[in-house]
Design a protein around this ligand. Structure first.
Ligand code: C2E
Length: 830
C-alpha cells in the first residue's frame, strides 16, 4: 500500500470530507471535522480495521490525505513533516510496521520541525484558549451591559419615585439630572426644569413659581451664588403660595457639581414651628413665673432654673448653669446667708421625697429671715421639679390678720374671741384643782366723755384706762376688751373672794382717777362684777353671764363698786339686762311707734297741740312703757338716735295737721349733751317743712340739772329760731322755780301728781293755782297734766290753767286716730 504523501492544508473543504461520515469511529471523524472547521492544522486520524473504505474514499479525494496509523501511536511522536497527511496501512500488517518505522525515524531536521510543530501546536492551543476566553469575555460583557441598562432603568424609576424632588447640576452649573418629583414638590410647571438648562434659569423659574416670594431675583441669585461659593452643604425652607412648605437641601459633589433635593416638609415644619412656639411660650411662662422654678436630675444636678429662682437666692450666672450640683448651690447660699435655717433637714427631706417618689409642699425658713414655700414634685428618671415662693409677706399678713382677729385694734387687748380661748385654757386648769376669777368691768360716764369731747378723746381715755387696768394685774392675769367700755379680767391667781374683791377695787380706784386728755379733764368711774370658777360655773359662757349679772347689780347699786355673783340674784336684773339687749336692736327692727296725746284749751276744750309719746312694740313682751326703756336708752347712749327719730317722725306728722295745731316732743338730758341737738332740730324742721313755732320741746328739770349753762345756751338758741320750750313735770324737783327765772319758758306743764290729788289734798289745789298765776305773770302758758275726770278739768280751768291734757280728753293714740280726731275741726274751719 502506498502512502499518500503530500501536504494538505486546512483549505480542504469540509464538503470533501462528507464521505468520512461512514468512518467507523465517529469521534475521530468529528474531531477531524472540528479541526478542519476551525481551520487549524490537525495531527492525524487514527483509523481502525474496517476503516479502509473510508480511507480509500479519502484517498480518492486526495491521496495525500490518507495515513493509516496504529491506534497506540501518540500523535506527538509524529515528525512535523508527517503532519497533515493521511497514511493508510492495514493494521497489524508489515506495511503498517514499515510505515510506522518510517514515520518514526527522526531526522534532526525533523526534530526541529517537530519542535516547530509543537510550538505551533502550543500556540495553536493558546490561540484556541484565547479565542475561547474572548468569547467568554464577550458574553460576559454582553450580560453586564444588559444588567447595567436594567440597573439604569431601575435607578431612574427609583429617582422618580423618591419623596424628594432632585436636581443634579454639574461643575458648569448645568442640569445633568432631575427626577420627576421635582415639579410636583416645588410647584414648578411640568417640564420647567430640563436636563441641560443652567442653574440660574432654574432659579428664575423657581422665583416665578413663588418659591422666593419675600425677596427679588437679584437677591435670590446673590444668595445662590453665595451658597455655592461656600462649597458646603446646607438647607433652607420656603413657604409656597399654596400654603405648603418645602425644605431645599444642597450638597456639593466631588466633581464640582451640586445635588439639590426639595422636599414637602409642610407637616413636619408646621409641627416644628408649633413646637417651637410652644417652647417659646413655655420658656416665657417659666421665665415670667412669679415664683422660682428649678429642675434637678437624679444626681441632683441642675437641669434648669428660671430667673426668679436665681434672684430669690442671689445666684450668680454660673450657679444657674445646667449641671451645677445642688450641693454647690447650697454651699454658696450658706456663704451669702440665705440658706435654709436647718440645712441638714432640708437636704434630707428633699432626698427622701425624691427617693420615695413623693410630691410634697413644705415651708422652709431661711437664715435671712424669709420663709419660702416649696412645692416639690418628682419627675421621670429620678429627678425633681420644685417651685419656690417667698411667702414671708403672706405669713406676716396672715399673722397680722390673726392678731387683728383676736385683738382689739384700739387697745391691743385680746378681744372676745381670744378671751374665750384664754378662758377655755384657764378652765382646763381649774378642772385640775385651780380657781379662776372673772371680773366684768364697765366704765361709768365714758359715753358722756365720748359725746362731749369727741371720739378721739374717748379713744385716748380707753387706751389710758387700759394701761391703768393692766398695771393692777399680775403676770398670769388677762384683760380683754369686749367692745365699747366693757372689759373682762381673768385672774387665776386668786385664792379667795376677798382677793378678787380687792383686785376689783384696785381697778376701780385706778380707773376713776382723773384723766388729762390733751388739756381736757375727764373723770369716769367703773363698776365691777365678779364670778368664780368652779363655784359660779365651769363654762366660759356661764361665767361671763354671771359676772355680767354681778356687774349689773353693781351699777344699779350705785356704781363705782364691786359686786359678786350670787345665785339668788334678782331675776329682774336678768330681765332688765335682756331688755337692754333687745333695745339695741329695736330701732333697726322698726319696733318703735310715736303716739300722740291731744292738749286742749282749758276753756274751749279745742285741741291746741299734741304731745308725741314714744311706744315700743316688743316682739315678745308686747307694748313696753317708755318709763322702762327711756332710762335704759339714755344709759346706753341710744337716746340720741332714738330722740332724733321721734323728732323727725313727729314733725313730719304735724305737717299733716291743721296749721294751728302744735306738736310737743320730749327731750332727754343726753340729747343736750351730744351738742348736736340744735343742729338736729334745725335740720329736721328744714327737712319736714314744719314752722318752728309749731314745735314745742319739753324738757324736765333733770335736763337743766346736768349742765345748766350749756343747756340754757342751747335752749336760747332754739328759742331764737322760733321753737317753743316747755318745762315738763313742773313741781317734782327742788329748784324748778329758780329755773323759771333763768329761762323764759313758753309753757309750764304741771305734773300730774298735783292734778291727781286736786280733790283730796288742799295743798295740791294751792300749788296748781300758784303755778297758774306764776305762769300768767311771767307770760307763760300752763298745762295741767293727767286730767282724768270732768271734775279735774273743771278745777284746773278754775285755777287758771290755760291748757289741759289727760285721759279725760284722750289717752295717747296712734297717728292715724289723732288724724281722725283733728278732722272735724278741719271741716269746721273749712
Ligand atoms: N295716769 C295718767 N297718765 C297720763 C294721763 N295723761 C297722760 N298720761 C301719761 O303721762 C305721760 C306724759 O308724758 P311725760 O310726762 O312727758 O312723761 C313721759 C316722758 O317723760 C317719757 N317719754 C315718752 N316719750 C318720750 C320721748 O319720745 N322722748 C323722751 N325723752 N321721753 C319720752 O316717758 C314718760 C312716760 O310716758 P308715757 O308712759 O307715755 O306717759 C305719758 C302719758 O301717757 C292721765 O290722765 N293719767
Amino acid at each position: 500500500m502506498q502512502p499518500a504523501d503530500g501536504a494538505t492544508g486546512p483549505g480542504v473543504a469540509l464538503a470533501d470530507l462528507r464521505g468520512a461520515a461512514s468512518v467507523r469511529n465517529p469521534h475521530a471523524l468529528q474531531a477531524l471535522r472540528r479541526a478542519l472547521a476551525a481551520g487549524r492544522p490537525f495531527a492525524l486520524a487514527i483509523l481502525r480495521a474496517g476503516g479502509l473504505a473510508t480511507a480509500s474514499r479519502l484517498a480518492a479525494l486526495d491521496p495525500a490525505l490518507v495515513l493509516v496509523l496504529p491506534r497506540a501511536l501518540a500523535h506527538r511522536d509524529l515528525p512535523p513533516s508527517q503532519m497533515n497527511r493521511l497514511f493508510f496501512a492495514e493494521p497489524g500488517t508489515e506495511a503498517e510496521a514499515r510505515l510506522l518505522r518510517r514515520l518514526l525515524a527522526r531526522t534532526s531536521a525533523e526534530s526541529a520541525f517537530d519542535e516547530a510543530r509543537r510550538l505551533l501546536e502550543a500556540s495553536n492551543r493558546a490561540l484556541l484558549a484565547a479565542n475561547r476566553e474572548f468569547r467568554r469575555q464577550n458574553a460576559r460583557l454582553l450580560a453586564q451591559e444588559s444588567q447595567l441598562s436594567a440597573q439604569a432603568e431601575l435607578f431612574q424609576a427609583t429617582l422618580d419615585n423618591l419623596r424628594q424632588g432632585l436636581i443634579l447640576i454639574d461643575g458648569d452649573r448645568r442640569v445633568r439630572m432631575i427626577n420627576r418629583r421635582i415639579h410636583a414638590v416645588t410647584g414648578l410647571a411640568e417640564g420647567a426644569v430640563v436636563v441641560g438648562m443652567s442653574g440660574e434659569d432654574i432659579l428664575m423659574r423657581a422665583f416665578e413659581a413663588g418659591l422666593h416670594r419675600d425677596t427679588d431675583p437679584a437677591t435670590v441669585l446673590a444668595q445662590w451664588q453665595e451658597r455655592l461659593a461656600g462649597g458646603r452643604a446646607g438647607a433652607f425652607q420656603r413657604d409656597l403660595p399654596d400654603g405648603r412648605i418645602v425644605t431645599i437641601a444642597y450638597a456639593p459633589m466631588h466633581d464640582g457639581g451640586w445635588l439639590f433635593t426639595c422636599e414637602d416638609t409642610t407637616g413636619r415644619v408646621l409641627a416644628e414651628r408649633a413646637l417651637a412656639e410652644q417652647n417659646r411660650r413655655f420658656d416665657a411662662a417659666i421665665v415670667h413665673m412669679p415664683y422660682g422654678v428649678c429642675l434637678f436630675d437624679e444626681a441632683r444636678r441642675m437641669i434648669l432654673c428660671n430667673p426668679t429662682y436665681a434672684g430669690m437666692y442671689d445666684l450668680p450666672l454660673e450657679m444657674t448653669l445646667p449641671g451645677t450640683p445642688l450641693a454647690e448651690i447650697l454651699q454658696y447660699r450658706v456663704r451669702i446667708g440665705n440658706a435654709p435655717v436647718d440645712l441638714e433637714h432640708y437636704v434630707r427631706l428633699t432626698a427622701e421625697l425624691t427617693a420615695a417618689g413623693r410630691n410634697a409642699a413644705f415651708q422652709v425658713p431661711l437664715v435671712d429671715g424669709r420663709t419660702v414655700q416649696i412645692r416639690h414634685a418628682v419627675i421621670g428618671g429620678g429627678g425633681y421639679v420644685a417651685t419656690h415662693e417667698d411667702i414671708t409677706e403672706t405669713l406676716r399678713a396672715e399673722a397680722q390678720i390673726r392678731y387683728l382677729a383676736s385683738h382689739d385694734a384700739l387697745t391691743g387687748l385680746p378681744n372676745r374671741m381670744r378671751l374665750r380661748e384664754r378662758m377655755e385654757e384657764a378652765l382646763g386648769r381649774v378642772q385640775h384643782g385651780g380657781r379662776l376669777a372673772v371680773l366684768c368691768l364697765d366704765l361709768d360716764r365714758f359715753k358722756a366723755v365720748n359725746d362731749t369731747l369727741g371720739h378721739s378723746a374717748g379713744d385716748r381715755l380707753l387706751q389710758e384706762a387700759t394701761e391703768r387696768v393692766k398695771a393692777c394685774l399680775g403676770q398670769h392675769d388677762t384683760v380683754a376688751r369686749l367692745g365699747g367700755d366693757e372689759f373682762v379680767v381673768l385672774t387665776p391667781e386668786v385664792e379667795t373672794p376677798q382677793q378678787a374683791g380687792a383686785l376689783g377695787r384696785r381697778i376701780i380706784e385706778a380707773v376713776s382717777a382723773p384723766y388729762d386728755l390733751d388739756g381736757d379733764q375727764a373723770v369716769i368711774g367703773a363698776s365691777v362684777g365678779i364670778a368664780f370658777a368652779p363655784d359660779d360655773g365651769m363654762t366660759a359662757e356661764l361665767l361671763l353671764r354671771n359676772a355680767d349679772m354681778a356687774l349689773y347689780r353693781a351699777k344699779s347699786d350705785g356704781r363705782n363698786i364691786c359686786r359678786f355673783f350670787e345665785r339668788a340674784m334678782d331675776a329682774r336684773v336678768t330681765e332688765r339686762r335682756q331688755l337692754e339687749l333687745d333695745l339695741r336692736k329695736a330701732l333697726a327692727a322698726q319696733e318703735f311707734e310715736v303716739y300722740y296725746q291731744p292738749v286742749v284749751d282749758a276753756r274751749s276744750e279745742a285741741i291746741t297741740a299734741c304731745e308725741a309719746l314714744l311706744r315700743w312694740h316688743h316682739p315678745e313682751r308686747g307694748m313696753v312703757p317708755p318709763a322702762e326703756f327711756i332710762p335704759l336708752a339714755e344709759e346706753f347712749g341710744l337716746i340720741v338716735p332714738l330722740g332724733t327719730w321721734v323728732l323727725r317722725t313727729a314733725c313730719a306728722q304735724a305737717t299733716t295737721w291743721p296749721d294751728g295745731i302744735k306738736v310737743a316732743v320730749n327731750l332727754s338730758a343726753a340729747q343736750f349733751k351730744s351738742r348736736t341737738l340744735a343742729h338736729t332740730v334745725v335740720a329736721v324742721l328744714a327737712e319736714t317743712g314744719l314752722a318752728p313755732n309749731r314745735l314745742e320741746l319739753e324738757i324736765t328739770e333733770s335736763v337743766l340739772l346736768a349742765d345748766s349753762e350749756a343747756t340754757l345756751a342751747i335752749l336760747h338758741h332754739l328759742r331764737s329760731l322760733g321753737v317753743r320750750i316747755a318745762m315738763d313735770d313742773f313741781g317734782t324737783g327742788y329748784s324748778s322755780l329758780s329755773y323759771l327765772r333763768a329761762f323764759p319758758f313758753d309753757r309750764i306743764k304741771i305734773d300730774r301728781s298735783f292734778v291727781r290729788e286736786l280733790g283730796e289734798a288742799e295743798g295740791c289745789l294751792a300749788i296748781v293755782k300758784a303755778v297758774a298765776m306764776l305762769g300768767a305773770s311771767l307770760g307763760m302758758a300752763t298745762t295741767a297734766e293727767g286730767v282724768e275726770t270732768e271734775a279735774q278739768m273743771h278745777k284746773v280751768r278754775e285755777q287758771g290753767c290755760t291748757e289741759a291734757q289727760g285721759y279725760y280728753v284722750s289717752p295717747p293714740r296712734p297717728a292715724h286716730i289723732i288724724a281722725e280726731l283733728l278732722r272735724p275741726r278741719i271741716a269746721v274751719e273749712a
